[in-house]
Design a protein around this ligand. Sequence first.
Ligand code: BES
Ligand code: MN
Ligand code: MN
Length: 466
Amino acid sequence: MRGVEVEPVLEAVERGFPASVERLVELLRIPSVGTDPAFAEETKRAATWLVDRLRAIGFDASLRPTPGMPMVVAHDRDAPADAPHLLYYAHYDVQPPDPLGEWESPPFEPVIVEGPHGPRLVARGAVDDKGQLMTWVEALAAWKAVHGRLPVRVSILIEGEEESASENLEPFLVAHAEELRADVCVISDTGMLGVDEPAITTMLRGIAYFELRLRGPGRDLHSGMFGGAVPNPIHVLCRVLAELHDAEGRIALPGFYDRVVELDPEIRARWQRIPFDEKGFLETAGLSRSVGEAGRTVLERLWSRPCCDVNGIWGGYTGEGSKTVIPARAAAKLSFRLVPDQDPEEVAEQLRAFLAARIPAHVAWELVAMGMGRPIRVPTGSPFLAAARRALARVFGKEPALIGCGGSIPVTASIKHRLGMDSLLLGFGLDDDRVHSPNEKFELACYRKGILSHAAFLAEAAGIRG
Ligand code: BES
Ligand code: MN
Ligand code: MN
């Protein structure tokens, strides 16, 4: 059929790849640290850059204000009315680059460095999520350049608050449900198993994130004058945090595992066949051994089991030298990763009850929920998943693995529950990409294959009818 010929598009992607790299570098130069108010203007500049780029390739694109960072929304309606309708989602915000001293080159001055898989692009946001979102932007551009129009209807939603839990996203989705509803939501914000090991993510953990604040004395006290006779909030905080896990490493909140669904034996068997290099995975993290629940492989623990981590802790004196003081306050940030069918709101209640039963009455405390996202499972029988499998198989020369993901993308649950749509998670990141860490990178080989995969997926998806 004319107009769905993919070969010339793939050739155009290859020819245009150096320019695709240039455009990604341009986007990476914008320090869109969404969580830091000092970077608000720069973050908005990333949104504007995307609107301009999408307009340049023929999309009806606009910037939509929210109480936080603006949404980028775009449409292309040139395809036949009975063609499938895809909604592409991504985020243009990036994590703060701290600790700055550990970067080998400045985080917002992208550099191309030679690595074992060829050249790689090093910059904050290289893989999460600017490099990955550009895989489909570039594929759409190549398709339009070659064929004049896309073979499917396309809508685009790119937010600027994913790294700070997407607070304004759900209200926006609800308010614009008619405009945004499509047949499936396509997301590139996850990983694969290796440069030549394609994967489709079918399980994503959810998240419940909190800050716990404790208050003991009314002010910092002399630890000699008062020590031994007054409560120390750091001690209380450490005790409750330590009690979150039992001796076997299981989470101790009553009821926490009640809704946890055991992994389907068929999926377990499939995951056991994945050639996962546990030693290499740990090495990329600077570790030599794993921890966690007994009787489960590392992949099972990461992808199908919940966990709880303290992400930060502070209180008292932490400066140079010594200061004999009993602090007035102590606090910690902690996150739970959740699996089907756990509910973040319910976990919040369980945590509240757990703390209420343990923190003594003379220590005041407050628990602030900072971000919630439900876990998600992608149905593996959909025609879109089958189309993605064929597209990846064509580009990589091998069948993609169906994998899980330990991270969270809160939008997937909102899109499912608010718009009734499933997501298709086609990720091109690697375990050693240093997501959220200093020297974040994206392999150019992954970028190239990502663009090719999205181009091939457009052709495959065009064949799907009602
Ligand atoms: N792209 C990541 C999710 C991810 C992480 C996928 C690792 C694959 C591997 C996403 O941008 C992210 O960081 N999500 C946050 C969500 C949180 C801020 C609500 C996460 O998982 O911590
Ligand atoms: Mn991301
Ligand atoms: Mn992230």
